[in-house]
Design a protein. Structure first.
Length: 91
């Protein structure tokens, strides 16, 4: 079993940390600020939407498999109301 199979969050977090380190290493302060602004204004909101879609896809898939909201909540460590919000596409 590879590290990413054992802990996929560790690998994914590593990519984010590498991006932040590359940003911090940019010698030109103006370019660094502009890059940071674009990350905050463009990249992160897009990533947040994509991550929400992944969560919704999982919840809807489990619903399609006839799991109840309560069961999904137990599997994911979420409340029933939160699972319902995700299934409906609410934030």
């Amino acid at each position: 079993m590879t590290t990413s199979e054992a802990d996929p969050i560790s690998e994914l977090s590593g990519h984010i940390e590498a991006t932040l380190a590359a940003l911090a290493a940019m010698p030109d302060a103006i370019a660094r600020e502009r890059a940071a602004r674009r990350l905050v204004d463009e990249v992160i909101p897009g990533a947040t939407r994509r991550l929400a879609a992944v969560r919704r896809e999982v919840v809807v898939g489990l619903r399609d498999e006839r799991y109840k909201l309560r069961e999904i909540g137990e599997m994911l460590g979420l409340s029933v109301s939160r699972v319902n919000q995700i299934a409906r596409g609410n934030k």
